[in-house]
Design a protein around this ligand. Structure first.
Ligand code: NAD
Length: 262
């Protein structure tokens, strides 16, 4: 199936590892020009090199902390200088720590809001004018299954991700007339370093081993396994493609059926 993405400019944030990295690679595989970012120059350069060894993609890899609005503005400007525009913007960042409500400090709240909500606001403000000019654009946020179903001890994610869904729906409503589609992808339990962190936190709190945690997460999903970052990435690429041209304002879970609702 031709996804119609060849030569599109895809910007993927927090893309040096995990789901962000898999997403960047999946766009490179479709022939997109790629803008990647992360906070650590060396890790980011290694990630970009890995992709360029496998795919003949033009890649811009820039250090950018997505919680810094000035850095976001510079990163988008550098991308536009190199590639002429931004067609696709995938907003991603590390997830907030696993804590129950009374253990969450005000600093934790502010950090989660900055990383997991405001970062998308910063990118949307920068990329939308370019997309409006082209009358074509895709913004895809990476959040979590917590947008549909709260997860115990992830109160920060449960609460802050809901704001992202409100933003996604609002942007989809406001900019649909400009050909800009805005959607949200919520991973379930996916085998990345983030999940290892969660396993460690849960294991310390419960006395169960980390392996038991992974087994319980896998067992809870009808597909009886964890997700692979590539499976999330491929859904994102499809949403960005011409094949999803009438899909906007949606939250799509890639969770192996974990969400228990209808
Ligand atoms: P990960 O921890 O493996 O990777 C996150 C990446 O984001 C890292 O490279 C990290 O350095 C980078 N990052 C963190 N803060 C940043 C910042 N301020 N600026 C730039 N880069 C930053 O995580 P992942 O598993 O790939 O998860 C990606 C997103 O999906 C997270 O928001 C996570 O909470 C969410 N999610 C993951 C799972 C899962 O099971 N893995 C499940 C649901 C939701």
């Amino acid at each position: 199936m031709d996804l119609g993405l060849k030569n599109r400019v895809a910007l993927v944030t927090a893309s040096s590892q995990g789901i962000g990295f898999a997403t960047a690679e999946a766009f490179a595989a479709e022939g997109c020009r790629l803008a990647m970012c992360g906070r650590n120059e060396r890790t980011l350069a290694t990630a970009a090199e890995k992709i360029s060894k496998r795919w003949p993609a033009e890649i811009l890899a820039e250090v950018c902390d997505v919680t810094d609005s000035a850095a976001v503005s510079r990163f988008v400007a550098t991308t536009v200088t190199k590639f002429g525009t931004v067609d696709i913007c995938v907003t991603n960042a590390g997830g907030p720590p696993a804590k129950e409500f009374l253990a969450v400090s005000m600093e934790d709240w502010h950090r989660a809001i900055d990383a997991n909500f405001l970062s998308t606001v910063y990118f949307a403000r920068e990329v939308i004018p370019h997309m409006q000019r082209n009358r074509w654009g895709r913004i895809i946020t990476i959040t979590s299954i917590t947008t549909k179903q709260p997860v115990a001890d992830l109160v920060l994610s449960n609460a802050v991700r809901a704001a992202v869904v409100g933003l996604v729906k609002s942007l989809a409503n406001e900019f649909g007339k400009d050909g800009i589609l805005v959607n949200n992808v919520g991973p379930g339990f996916t085998a990345t370093d983030r999940l290892k962190e969660l396993a460690k936190a849960r294991s310390a709190a419960s006395g169960k081993s980390e392996d038991e945690m992974f087994a319980a997460w896998a067992a809870d999903a009808p597909l009886k396994r964890l997700g692979d970052p590539r499976e999330v990435a491929e859904t994102i690429v499809w949403l960005a493609s011409e094949r999803a041209s009438y899909v906007t304002g949606q939250t799509i879970l890639v969770d192996g059926g974990l969400y228990k609702g209808l």
